[in-house]
Design a protein around this ligand. Structure first.
Ligand code: FAD
Ligand code: SF4
Length: 356
């Protein structure tokens, strides 16, 4: 018996009304999360077991600052989420700059950006972490989630309603690339601020599953593929980021974005340099972010610095060389032409800062 609008009816008109609204329309208008089951393990081993049990349709969630908006836009609709927030071991920062440091994947970007050891000895990482989104999102967002951020594209980071209206694209629900219609692949962009930095720092990551644990260089975590941008297996949890000893290295991160307050990078330049006592360059690493589906290492350009004094002329030459590795497409903010022209400028500035 219904006691609200229709006292003598056996039908609940409220239910009938709400279920009559097309679920997709409701989602498009309200940007609601789809339904899911939430599991909250207390230990990594337990999380790995749950992930193995639930299978490939389950997803991990840390801060949720990337995944939840993507779920609201129906880019992902996992029936099960395994939350990593309640696992204390993922929130530790251990070690020292002299021996190297181990950062738990669940350490928040705010913690990283304000950590005295990271700020002093790995400044590019502190800068990159501190430049991600907004203070609120940095308080929730983690280093692990940042490294495994979904690749981005103007045609993909839109509501389901918007994507449906243009016929979807191959990254989700469609079969063509709307940026490069003749292309057999997706060119969505790697937009994580910390990714190019960790590549330039020569960091490693630890991945754990029920099958065991493995450590790989951060650069090997990425694939040049906008749809499958990570080499992480579906049952693996990223547990730690391992920084090498900081001895003698300087590092810098420069980020280009439309709004200084918060925005994804349109270009990120991560430079790391070690100088000899005579002022010549002993080792150099240069990585560009947000210019492809993975962080792009400018290996040839960086090698040009080794054994040389970093003169303004040499830095200009290296900047031009490095910028050739960037091949922006029309799927991010600002024009391709501007992004091409500004790349050597940012690389030169970053090199100048790090060589000082
Ligand atoms: C308005 C806005 C602005 C933003 N600006 C930026 C920006 O400027 N720069 C930037 O880099 N990012 C930006 N972001 C994205 C996001 O906030 C950050 O990348 C953040 O670090 C993601 O971390 P998280 O813990 O919230 O990840 P989540 O959303 O929890 O997860 C992201 C992905 O990583 C996976 N994952 C998370 N942790 C693990 C783990 N330990 N092991 C395996 N898989 C894992 C999840 O399954 C998911 O696929 C922005 C987001 C918003 C909403
Ligand atoms: S690059 Fe192409 S396939 Fe990939 S998200 Fe953009 S439009 Fe879709």
């Amino acid at each position: 018996m219904c006691y609200c609008k229709e006292p003598f009816s056996d039908t609940c008109y409220e239910d009938a009304y709400t279920s009559a609204i097309d679920d997709e329309v409701r989602n498009s208008l309200m940007l609601r999360l789809p339904p899911f089951r939430y599991l909250a393990p207390r230990e990594v081993e337990q999380a790995a077991h749950m992930l193995a049990q639930e299978g490939e349709s389950a997803m991990l969630v840390a801060g949720g600052t990337d995944l939840y908006p993507n779920m609201k836009r129906r880019q992902f609709t996992p029936p099960v989420l395994i939350g990593l927030r309640a696992i204390p071991s993922l929130k530790r920062i251990e070690g020292a700059p002299e021996q190297g440091m181990r950062i738990g994947a669940g350490v928040t970007l705010s913690t990283l950006a304000s950590h005295p050891g990271i700020r002093q000895y790995y400044p590019a990482l502190a800068t990159a972490a501190g430049s991600v989104s907004t203070p609120q999102l940095r308080n929730a967002g983690t280093i692990g989630g940042n490294l495994l951020l979904d690749t981005r594209c103007n045609y993909y980071n839109q509501t389901e309603f918007w994507r449906r209206s243009i016929g979807y694209c191959m990254k989700k629900d469609g079969d063509v690339c709307l940026v490069a219609p003749g292309s057999p692949r997706c060119w969505a962009v790697s937009s994580a601020d910390t990714a190019p930095v960790l590549v330039s720092l020569g960091a490693r990551v630890r991945l754990m599953s029920e099958r065991g644990a493995r450590e790989i260089p951060v650069r090997e975590l990425f694939r040049d593929d906008g749809m499958a941008p990570y080499t992480r297996a579906a049952d693996e949890i990223l547990t730690e980021v391992i920084l090498p000893p900081a001895a003698g290295w300087s590092s810098v991160y420069l980020k280009l974005r439309r709004r200084g307050s918060f925005d994804f990078p349109i270009l990120g330049v991560a430079a790391a340099l070690r100088l000899n006592a005579d002022g010549t360059v002993a080792e150099a690493r240069l990585t560009l972010g947000a210019v492809a589906s993975h962080p792009v290492e400018a290996i040839e350009a960086a090698a040009r610095l080794v054994g040389q004094h970093p003169t303004p002329e040499l830095l200009e030459e290296v900047a031009q060389l490095a910028a050739r590795r960037a091949k922006p497409l029309d799927n991010a903010d600002l024009t391709i032409n501007y992004r091409k022209q500004v790349t050597p400028v940012y690389v030169r500035r970053a090199l100048k800062m790090v060589a000082q």
